[in-house]
Design a protein around this ligand. Structure first.
Ligand code: BES
Ligand code: MN
Ligand code: ZN
Length: 501
């Protein structure tokens, strides 16, 4: 998708489809309160073209509600699409993101290859964040997961333009739009990795993808395998890896901006289980195919690093992705086994399906050894997080309020939903082992919290955030603005968190 921002009167835009956002300006409640849809533009020509349909009562400008006009009077555009954002008073950048995605997803299946979106104007909506959100939403909307269909229709949008008024602040809008394109593309990069099935994306191949991406955007990188795991005494990571014929990959990406010699080093650690059968504690076969997305945390870190390399914040960042396949095999690890992690802590294996925390234990430790002062990890770690928070919020845990406050600020910009969950000694007690230091499961209750406490043992006192994205990394039902399939969650928030340093 080619993207650009232009500054022209909307009536002058020659395009297959001009999308304009709309909202419901009705504030009264009760039976008489009829919806009062208004267009979020000051452009008189577009308003005139839409007068009849807005007055008809057929269109209410509800969230992501669309209506299409052909040959709109007085406009050079062939079609005028209105995309609703719901109540006017509630219009925010996140709504713009989704509306832009809705416009793209409306356009795509209809064989229309090009569209222009009017930058929405509303009280309390700043132009630059709206431009950025529009770019992100458009990129995210353009992604579909049907990669391996032999009759895959090439319905990709070729050109997306954002149109802002001539009087707007061109420099800030253009810069924000370009940032949005980078972040949206990086989110899609993560999604494309998550979408790949286990046979097409082994740990080795994930390592190759990381190296290709790093070379393309100018990141430092290393991809190691079995030997390095042994050299570093990564007993926890190896425990999971050893049951697969596919060797593990320890992926390291480095962003080292010129002239930044001191200050924090941010460590991004991702779970990269390219397929999770559960191992000897094997999962039931229903839905097991979904476990190809068990590397979504690792993919999120790769996507975030791509965006970071292109956005160039003034802070050093290291990413560590621990990629392995969790398989049952003659050489696989077993319940009851004891392994010693890189940090020296001994771990009793209770359930081989609790493998994510094992690879992350060594990944977190290694990130610290590489100099990371602040840590963030992302993982499809527990089914329990979905039980706790539904498929609405992803889980976030932190041992440091100041570090977490920065993440909360990042969420306001990213529009992603994370809910802070508790850590605590009582949860830590649940994972004490009789034979060794800790065990890899903590029983039925508070599964997401005991998993987080397991990771805490390896993060120790370093400021650290853990993101459990198991419930949100895969979207089961398509929405108007995003396809069914990998969501790319966490990429945007991690990028923003990094940029806050
Ligand atoms: N990869 C799974 C978690 C998961 C579940 C991700 C559903 C996405 C959707 C993880 O490795 C796992 O199997 N966790 C176990 C832990 C348990 C054995 C303590 C779980 O959640 O059941
Ligand atoms: Mn598992
Ligand atoms: Zn897993």
């Amino acid at each position: 998708m080619r993207t650009e921002s232009t500054f022209l009167p909307l009536a002058e835009i020659e395009t297959e489809l001009l999308a304009v956002l709309a909202a419901d300006s009705q504030t009264a409640k009760g039976a008489d309160a009829k919806p009062a849809p208004v267009l979020l533009t000051g452009d008189d020509a577009v308003k005139a073209a839409a007068t009849a349909v807005l007055a008809s009562g057929e269109y209410k400008a509800g969230v992501n509600e669309t209506v299409l006009l052909h040959s709109p009077a007085g406009l050079k555009a062939k079609r005028l699409l209105m995309v609703g954002m719901g109540k006017l008073a509630k219009v925010q950048a996140q709504g713009v993101r989704n509306a832009a995605g809705t416009a793209v997803r409306y356009t795509k299946p209809r064989g229309i290859k090009e569209l222009a979106l009017a930058l929405p104007e509303a009280d309390g909506l700043d132009a630059a964040p709206a431009a950025r959100a529009a770019a992100e939403g458009a990129m995210v909307g353009d992604f579909d997961a049907d990669t391996y269909k032999s009759d895959r229709k090439d319905v990709r949008i070729e050109r997306f333009r954002l149109v802002a008024p001539e009087t707007a602040d061109k420099t800030s809008i253009e810069a924000a739009f370009k940032e949005g394109v980078i972040v949206g593309e990086s989110q899609n990069f993560a999604r494309s990795l998550v979408n790949e099935p286990g046979n097409k994306l082994t740990p080795t191949i994930l390592g190759q993808r990381a190296a290709e991406m790093a070379q393309a955007v100018g990141l430092g990188w290393d991809v190691y395998s079995t030997e390095k795991l042994h050299e570093l005494k990564m007993g926890a990571f190896w425990a999971v890896s050893q049951g697969s014929a596919e060797p593990p990959a320890l992926i390291v990406l480095r962003y080292e901006p010129e002239g930044v010699m001191d200050g924090p080093i941010l460590g991004l650690v991702g779970k990269g289980i390219t397929f999770d059968t559960g191992g000897i504690s094997i999962k039931p076969s229903d839905n097991m195919e979904k476990m190809k997305y068990d590397m979504a945390g690792g993919a999120a870190m790769m996507g975030a690093m791509r965006a970071i390399a292109l956005l160039k914040p003034k802070v050093r960042v290291i990413a560590v992705v621990c990629a392995a396949e969790n398989m049952p095999d003659g050489k696989a690890f077993k319940p009851g086994d004891v392994y010693t992690a890189m940090s020296g802590k001994s771990i009793e294996i209770i359930n081989t399906d609790a493998e994510g925390r094992l690879v992350l234990a060594d990944g977190i430790n290694y990130a610290k050894q590489l100099g990371a002062t602040h840590l963030i990890d992302a993982a499809t770690l527990t089914g329990a997080i979905g039980v706790a928070l539904g498929l609405v919020n992803a889980g976030a845990f932190s041992n440091d309020d100041e570090t977490y406050a920065k993440f909360e600020e990042a969420l306001k910009i990213s529009g992603e939903k994370f809910w802070r969950m508790p850590l605590g000694d009582e949860y830590a007690d649940q994972i004490k082992s009789d034979i060794g230091d800790i065990k890899n499961t903590g029983g039925r209750h508070g599964g997401a919290c005991t998993a987080a406490e397991f990771l805490h043992v390896f993060a120790e006192d370093s400021p650290w955030i853990h993101l459990d994205i198991a419930g949100l990394a895969w979207i089961d039902d398509a929405r108007p603005y995003i396809a069914k399939g990998p969501s790319g969650i966490a990429v945007r928030s991690i990028v923003e968190w990094v940029r806050s340093y």
